[in-house]
Design a protein around this ligand. Structure first.
Ligand code: SF4
Ligand code: SF4
Length: 322
């Protein structure tokens, strides 16, 4: 890939949103073979509702001083197993925050019917080893009617064709969803300081992942807090590139760059530790229980070998001037 100069959001609106990526816990009703046990074994207790709401208020106040609104995106494990999630949603809605979920979609249709009143966006990940396709389809269809709905089909190499077939059925059967064929890492969720360790996909599989031909139909403009990033190259050209594609091109390496992690993304891990991003650059800022936690006011110089998480990749950054 050509030499990059800077990376920006596609729209001004997206640059004014801080994505708070919050891992509520590590309990999950699935145990996907590529997911390390600490991501789904339920060994960490849930945080209390009071803790979540109090810290969310602190975060919201901080970023509003920076003229940014907050989009709280809850993950897990499986975040819909968090017993009081709807109470958290109610609180955040009363503070006019946007709310998103990354979920395996397995909760009941009745639960999703209530949840969708609060949600701005949902990312439904299809995990072929455990998901029931008809139920997943129904959830995606219901959510897409009123919520920005993105589907990640996790492309297990051994069941690649089946995953692709399901992705086509979702894209063709449900208007107004966006959909990605997500390349899988062999040990999802293991922190590393190096490039993503994807399964060894075949040449044909890689071609399909890079340029999926899915029959998506958009009948209304998509309003998502994040999307493809506008990459400016040294030769004066630009290109809109998605996070997965940047990873597949191995272009997600910005050591030495000035990065807006901490300003446009904030990470809360399952133990309540707070970081600028999933990358943990700059170390821990404190925990959700700290009354006097200092949240970032300025960008940071990246010292990581690579930037592996999509939430981190989708922030603005600049190559330093020499
Ligand atoms: S990958 Fe997601 S759905 Fe699968 S076991 Fe891990 S947390 Fe659960
Ligand atoms: S690894 Fe972190 S600091 Fe480095 S570019 Fe990515 S988000 Fe920014």
């Amino acid at each position: 890939m050509k030499e990059m100069l800077r990376i920006r959001h596609q729209t001004k609106e997206r640059s004014e949103i801080t994505l708070v990526d919050w891992t509520l816990g590590n309990a999950c009703n699935y145990a996907c073979s590529y997911c390390c046990a600490s991501q789904h074994d339920g060994s960490v207790p849930w945080m209390s509702v009071a803790t979540v709401c109090r810290f969310a208020d602190r975060v919201t106040a901080h970023y509003s001083r920076l003229h940014k609104s907050c989009y709280f995106q809850f993950t897990g494990g499986e975040p819909t197993l968090y017993p009081s999630l709807l109470r958290v949603f109610e609180h955040l809605q009363s503070r006019e925050c946007m709310i998103g979920l990354i979920s395996n979609g397995s909760q009941s249709l009745e639960w999703w019917e209530i949840a969708r009143k609060y949600l701005s966006g949902v990312t439904l990940s299809f995990h072929v080893q455990f998901a029931r396709f008809p139920h997943f389809f129904d959830v995606a269809q219901m959510m897409s009617r009123s919520v920005a709905t993105h589907v990640n089909v996790m492309m297990l190499p051994k069941r690649f064709h089946e995953c692709l077939k399901n992705a086509c059925a979702l894209a063709g059967g449900i208007p107004d969803i966006s959909i990605s064929l997500s390349p899988l890492e062999e040990r999802l969720g293991v922190p590393r300081d190096g490039l993503n360790a994807f399964y060894p996909y075949s040449k044909n599989q890689l071609e399909t992942l890079r340029a999926p031909k899915l029959p998506v139909r958009q009948t209304r403009p998509a309003t998502t807090p994040r999307g493809r990033m506008l990459v400016y190259f040294v030769d004066g050209t630009t290109e809109l590139i998605g996070a997965d594609e940047l990873k597949l091109r191995k272009a997600n390496q910005w050591s030495g760059w000035i990065c807006n992690a901490g300003l446009e993304v904030l990470k809360v891990d399952k133990g309540g530790n707070v970081y600028r991003g999933v990358c943990r650059e700059g170390g821990s800022l404190g925990t959700v229980w700290d009354e006097d936690i200092q949240l970032p006011l300025t960008p940071i110089t990246c010292r990581k070998k690579s930037c592996n998480c999509s939430a981190d990749i989708m922030v603005a950054r600049d190559k330093p001037r020499t």
